[in-house]
Design a protein. Structure first.
Lengths: 624, 168, 100
């Protein structure tokens, strides 16, 4: 399997998009689904094959760079369509294509009855193509292309059911908020280019180390701008309000874009440019602070939601906060490890939630579900596995290993501190609490809505695959206290250095026990409040409302940003520069009205017109 | 003889003026027949007996009779007369009169010959020789035209199926 | 001796009277009558000119003109009749659906 087949990986889904977009009117629903799923399937197989070869027989210099051609060539600057295959991009592209394939297969079930299924798969394929370009790019400009592409597809897919204006609003909100981040990213990119003279990521990192090692100001500014971009795309503070509303899109979209892939693009960006962040320790600290605050904020918000998808959205926000926390303390590979396991169990959670939603005829309020063990066993068990992984149920789930690694590094790494660990620890408790609250309320208890549609194999196969991975994917990286498997870390080490950890094993074991305790305590409290004695659970009250509305950020943005902008736009509508154009338009309209009166359909009038015309013609002849 | 021409012409003018101002359609048709007979006399006075005969036989005798038939079929009655009175208010005459006056003035400006002529009779025989000679094509074409008119009138005027009438 | 200008003037006046009638009357039958007047006036002018130049073409033109007038009257009156049948009106101003 040649490494030179690498460009096919993003190009195959792109071809799928083109086929589906151009043939949308003529394709049947089944063929559209087949094209959409198979393009990603072949890409996934390619990634697995190339990856296997990479692991067995790594290329020289640890990375395979392939340039398809020049993109821009201006005044001595050249940017290329350059793809890079190194351990980091391999892991990410595996996640994108593999999880993406299962979600595409699931979409064949979920969207089977929708008329616009060809458009759906076209957008999904375009998204996968853009995400792969983002992940495999060696040039920062190409990465930005993929970055913008995923933003576009996110907008298109959130607002997929465009006939409901609320969906369009949610899509615009997501797009505009991530745009703020994207603009900062672009400014950062241009700053890096203007100061360092290149856009190839490896060159940038080398030159930055050479020039900015002792003078961190420019590095800090650039890192801050890149961080802003990452914050927007990954829905962290302060640009996090779009993610819960983005659940307006179909559930496979939420699974793919807003759980497994797009929102992890920010994490990938920071990991890719980690050299820059290491040169700017203040900004790196900020990354950790943002991560810690977001994971707590989102966790508390998730505890009081009633919509199943909103709970999962806040959960995603919170888990990416963990990844940011890991990045901030220098535990780069731990963040990627959590990204890896999170993709599996979060996609699993969304897909099983989707099965439930479709079965109960698009009911999303968890208080109106119930008793699904007997009625929808596939969804029940897969959601349980996913919930256990999310709550980091000790020892048997993948989530435990990745989250525990982050918590340990948050305390023990050089840039770590007890406060970071404390935030993560409380967050773990709250995570277990909210996810099992969801589980107990929605999946157990009395049935409240009848079942209308049961899942088919296209839905069950992904649930099985992701369920198994949510359990076993963690075994590639186990802490020293439990056996010391470091396969994942070793794979990424050439690209992502390991943090210095100076702490004895006993301390590590103690912290592990504490995190296990947090997870189990959360599950226990959830069982107590929501299964054993439901009357004790708080459902209303000031704090609950405040948390449910996302800690007031939506309201603040509405008042501070949206409202003044809209008012200014209204005021500027008829300002000095509009007037001439308004007058032109008015002139055209009155001319039209005037001329329209000469066409009144009356024979007498037209005869009079002929007479008047002949009078004029005679006059001209006589006077000339 | 020229006097007859001028008198007939004036009669025609007067009758035509009355045609366009009547409220009763039938009266208007009668005045129009009168005008056309006057024009026929004018033709006689000009030495064009064929034209005069045609005027009487075809114009006054056939076309006007057609008008009479149609007006009878329309059965306008007193309501029709009242409606015509309502439509013939002085305000309606303003614009057309101005337009017509302008055209008249232009014509007067265009007239500048002071030719006078005597007439020689151009008889039927001469006209006949011309029609069957150089102007044969014109005769054939006008017969085509009449055929076309016949077909058109039949087609436009037929009542296709009874539900057409029931649809009123 | 007939003054050519005077004869042409008579024809013109007849024509303009017909034109005025066309522009003023709303009743479609009157409209058709006015058209007949105008055609007749044109034929009058032709015959006068033919007499002036002592040419037979004047009367031949007049003959063709009558043919046209007859056809036009027939078709026009048929239209008026079918209009009256379908829409209960012979008001020329109310049949204005082909408007801009």
């Amino acid at each position: 399997m040649s490494f030179h087949l690498l460009p096919l990986v993003p190009l195959l889904p792109l071809a799928g998009f083109l086929w589906l977009a151009l043939g949308a009117g003529r394709l049947t629903r089944r063929s559209a689904a087949r094209i959409g799923v198979s393009s990603v399937a072949i890409a996934a197989l390619l990634v697995i094959a190339i990856g296997t070869r990479f692991l067995v027989e790594p290329p020289d210099a640890g990375a395979h760079v392939q340039t398809l051609g020049a993109w821009l060539r201006v005044a001595g600057f050249q940017a290329d369509f350059a793809f890079r295959l190194d351990p980091l991009s391999l892991v990410l592209s595996f996640v994108v294509t593999f999880v993406g394939f299962w979600i595409h297969l699931y979409s064949a079930f979920y969207m089977a009855e929708d008329e616009a299924i060809a458009r759906f798969f076209a957008y999904m394929n375009l998204f996968v193509a853009a995400m792969l370009i983002l992940v495999l790019a060696d040039d920062l400009l190409l990465l930005y292309l993929g970055w913008e592409g995923v933003g576009l597809c996110s907008y298109l897919l959130i607002g997929f059911w465009y006939r409901d204006p609320a969906n369009g609003y949610a899509a615009r909100k997501a797009f505009v908020m991530t745009r703020v981040g994207d603009t900062a990213f672009l400014i950062g990119l241009l700053l890096l280019f203007s100061q360092l003279g290149s856009t190839r990521i490896t060159e940038l990192m080398e030159r930055a180390t050479a020039m900015w090692a002792s003078e961190p100001t420019l590095a800090s500014v650039a890192a801050l701008l890149l961080l802003a971009g990452a914050v927007g795309k990954s829905a962290q503070l302060p640009l996090q309000t779009w993610l819960p509303d983005a659940m307006a899109g179909p559930t496979p979209v939420s699974a793919l874009i807003h759980a497994a892939t797009m929102v992890t693009a920010g994490v990938y960006l920071i990991a890719r440019t980690h050299v820059l962040f290491e040169l700017a320790p203040a900004v790196q600290n900020l990354v950790a602070v943002i991560g810690a605050l977001t994971l707590l904020l989102a966790g508390f918000s998730a505890v009081v939601q009633t919509d199943i998808k909103r709970i999962l959205a806040y959960s995603t926000m919170s888990q990416i906060g963990y990844m940011f926390l890991a990045l901030g303390v220098g535990a780069w590979s731990a963040a990627i490890f959590h990204l890896f396991t999170h993709a599996f169990f979060k996609a699993l959670l969304f897909l099983s939630a989707g099965v439930v939603i479709v079965a109960l005829h698009h009911e999303q309020n968890i208080f109106r579900m119930g008793d699904l063990r007997r009625r929808l066993p596939a969804a029940f068990w897969s959601f349980l596995v996913g919930a256990a992984a999310l709550a980091a149920l000790p020892l048997v789930t993948a989530g435990f290993y990745s989250k525990d690694l982050i918590l340990w590094q948050a305390y023990a790494a050089e840039n770590g501190s007890l406060w970071f660990w404390l935030a993560g620890w409380v967050g773990a408790f709250v995570t277990a609490l909210y996810i099992f609250r969801l589980f107990f309320i929605a999946f157990t208890g009395e049935p409240k809505t009848p079942i209308r549609r049961t899942p088919e194999w296209t839905a069950l196969a992904p649930l099985w695959a992701l369920g198994i991975l949510s359990l076993v994917a963690g075994f590639v990286e186990m802490p020293a206290t439990l056996g010391g498997v470091t396969l994942f870390r070793a794979l990424l080490e050439p690209v992502l250095p390991l943090p210095d950890v100076h702490a004895p094993l006993t301390v590590e074991a103690m912290f592990q026990l504490l995190s296990m305790a947090a997870s189990l305590a959360g599950i226990a409290l959830a069982w107590l409040l929501y299964r054993h004695r439901p009357v004790m659970a708080p459902t209303s009250g000031g704090i609950t409302e405040y948390w449910r509305e996302g800690w007031g950020f939506d309201l603040a943005y509405e008042r501070l940003v949206v409202h003044p902008t809209v008012c200014t736009a209204h005021w500027a509508r008829h300002d000095l520069f509009e007037r001439p154009y308004d007058r032109l338009a008015g002139l055209a309209r009155s001319l039209h009205r005037g001329l329209a009166t000469t066409q009144n359909g009356r024979v007498r009038w037209y005869a009079g017109g002929i007479a008047a015309g002949s009078a004029v013609a005679f006059a001209l002849v006589l006077l000339a | 003889m020229p006097v007859i021409f001028y008198v007939a012409g004036l009669t025609a003018l007067f009758a035509t003026a009355l045609v366009i101002t009547r409220a009763n359609a039938f009266h208007a048709v009668l005045y129009l027949i009168l005008a056309q007979l006057a024009i026929a006399i004018a033709f006689f006075a000009l030495g064009a007996p064929f034209a005069a005969a045609l005027q009487v036989v075809v114009y006054a005798g056939a076309i006007m009779v057609l008008f009479v038939f149609v007006i009878m079929m329309l059965n306008l009655g007193q309501a029709g007369v009242a409606r015509e009175h309502a439509w013939l208010n002085p305000r309606a005459w303003g614009g057309p009169t101005i337009l017509t006056t302008i055209l008249l003035v232009e014509f007067l400006v265009a007239l500048n010959s002071s030719a006078q002529f005597d007439f020689a009779k151009i008889g039927v025989q001469e006209v006949g020789y011309s029609l069957f000679g150089p102007f044969l094509i014109a005769v054939e074409l006008s017969s085509l035209l009449l055929m076309g008119g016949l077909v058109a009138a039949y087609h436009v005027g037929r009542q296709d199926r009874d539900d057409e009438a029931d649809r009123r | 001796m007939i003054d050519l200008d005077a004869a042409m003037l008579i024809g013109t006046l007849l024509f303009l009277l017909g034109l005025t009638g066309l522009l003023v009357r709303r009743n479609l039958v009157f409209t058709l009558m006015s058209v007949e007047i105008m055609l007749n006036a044109a034929g009058f002018a032709f015959v006068v000119a033919g007499a002036h130049w002592n040419a037979v073409e004047g009367q031949i033109m007049y003959l063709l003109l009558i043919a046209v007038a007859a056809v036009e009257a027939a078709v026009g009156l048929t239209i008026v009749l079918s209009l009256d049948r379908r829409m209960e009106t012979i008001d020329g101003d109310s049949v204005n659906r082909l408007q801009g």
